[in-house]
Design a binder for this molecule. Structure first.
Ligand code: F6P
Length: 328
């Protein structure tokens, strides 16, 4: 039998569509198992500020379709300090909380791991929530599917106008360390080139490919550039190409934060529900310092430490190669 009586849930780092379905699942699974549930606002900041409230079944009504996070989120620097962490612990103990579900990305998990090592009497369970899809231990993270679909919708629209004007567009998508969105969106939209943080960009090769496209009578070209690409930023890149390509009018679009918003896709609603449900059940089973993920469509638990040390998104070279062949 579990000793757990009261758990808390928080979202931290960049928000991701699917966080709300996950919060809903955590709250309702906890209540179903006769646990009390507390919502912590603004991630770790709320632990430090004691910004928490009791949640019940109705606190999570009608949120499956909402983007963002009803608990709000933050990137909390004070939680990285010993004083911040101690204050957070004091507030958690005072509330009688003995387990926490943290929904977020690698920064969130780094905080959770440090907290759990320092205060092992509080059980911690991570749920991968980031549009970047860059966590080891889960094939998909919450928000990645919705964000990719949002990007696709935007790029399809840009393709219309690019085609109408015979233009070349450089489009920056999110992903400071991860090319996951860029690669999937690139394949889905038939991008002529995809530039990623995981791969050095050969500008000469890019220019040659764009010239070949024009020779092959392409009327427009789309180059998707992940935010973290190392070739100096999308404007700089466009400038360098402009110097060598005269046949296309060149434009730049940065999609920015619109990629993080919007109603979660069916995939992210179901993923959020499954991961939230599994996270609470894992806590009830006495597990801690782990992350619940989805591998081969099955729930899998991974040590937080392992998830973090292996965390980078592994670029699928085969997909990259396929994309290059299909976009000629
Ligand atoms: O981690 C998700 C993410 O959207 C990254 O892709 C992006 O680099 C970063 O967050 C942006 O963070 P912020 O909203 O704090 O500027």
């Amino acid at each position: 039998m579990s000793k757990l009586k009261k758990i808390a849930v928080l979202t931290s780092g960049g928000d991701a569509p699917g966080m709300n379905p996950c919060i809903r699942a955590v709250v309702r699974t906890a209540i179903y198992n006769n646990l009390e549930v507390v919502g912590i606002r603004q991630g770790y900041q709320g632990m430090i500020d004691n910004n928490m409230y009791d949640m019940n079944t109705r606190s999570v009504s009608n949120i499956l379709n909402l983007g963002g996070t009803i608990l709000k989120t933050a990137r909390c620097l004070p939680f990285r300090t010993d004083e911040g962490m101690e204050l957070a612990y004091k507030n958690i103990k005072a509330q009688g909380i003995d387990g926490i579900v943290v929904i977020g990305g690698d920064g969130t998990f780094t905080g959770a791991l440090r907290f759990s090592k320092r205060f092992p009497d509080i059980a911690v369970m991570g749920v991968p929530g980031t549009i970047d899809n860059d966590l080891y231990g889960s094939t998909y993270t919450l928000g990645f599917d919705t964000a990719t679909n949002t990007v696709i919708e935007a790029i399809d629209k840009i393709r219309d106008t690019a085609d109408a004007h015979d233009r070349l567009f450089f489009i920056e998508v999110m992903g400071r360390d991860s090319g996951a969105i860029a690669l999937r969106a690139g394949i889905s939209c038939g991008a002529e080139a995809i530039l990623l943080p995981e791969r050095a960009t050969a500008i000469d090769e890019l220019i040659e490919n764009l010239k070949a496209g024009q020779f092959n009578k392409k009327s427009s070209s789309i180059v998707i550039v992940a935010e973290g690409d190392k070739s100096g930023g999308v404007y700089d890149l466009a400038e360098r190409v402009r110097g060598q390509i005269k046949f296309y009018d060149i434009k730049v679009t940065i999609l920015g934060h619109l990629q993080r918003g919007g109603s979660p896709s069916a995939f992210d609603r179901i993923l959020g529900s499954r991961l939230g449900f599994a996270a609470v059940n894992a806590l009830i089973d006495g597990k801690s310092r782990m992350m619940v993920g989805l591998e081969a469509n099955h729930i899998k638990l991974t040590d937080l430490e392992e998830a973090l040390t292996q965390h980078t998104y592994k670029l699928e070279d085969d997909l990259m190669q396929m994309s290059e062949i299909l976009s000629i």
